[in-house]
Design a protein. Structure first.
Length: 90
């Protein structure tokens, strides 16, 4: 019985990861197609030149925010802020 429950749990994770990777691959294909299709409109990819600094800045800001939130979560966990106050209570 215990092995069957563990197997069912692993199958759920495999299904979730499979669907997640399938969605990620679909998004990557769509993004590639959109970039290719937009390169034939107007001046092509040369028209995107002024946008790249803003894209890079956005990526740096998002990476800094994610790093800060991860640091905050680990700091909280390592200093006991996530522990229960009354472990014997409900």
């Amino acid at each position: 019985m215990r092995i069957a429950a563990a197997w069912l749990g692993m199958r759920r994770h495999a299904l979730f990861l499979g669907l997640w990777f399938l969605g990620l691959a679909g998004f990557a294909l769509f993004s590639g197609w959109a970039f290719f299709a937009s390169s034939h409109v107007g001046r092509g990819s040369r028209h995107l030149g002024p946008i790249w600094p803003y894209v890079a800045g956005g990526l740096v800001i998002v990476a800094a925010l994610v790093g800060f939130l991860m640091w905050l979560a680990f700091y909280s966990a390592n200093h006991g802020y996530d522990d229960r106050v009354n472990p014997d209570g409900p």
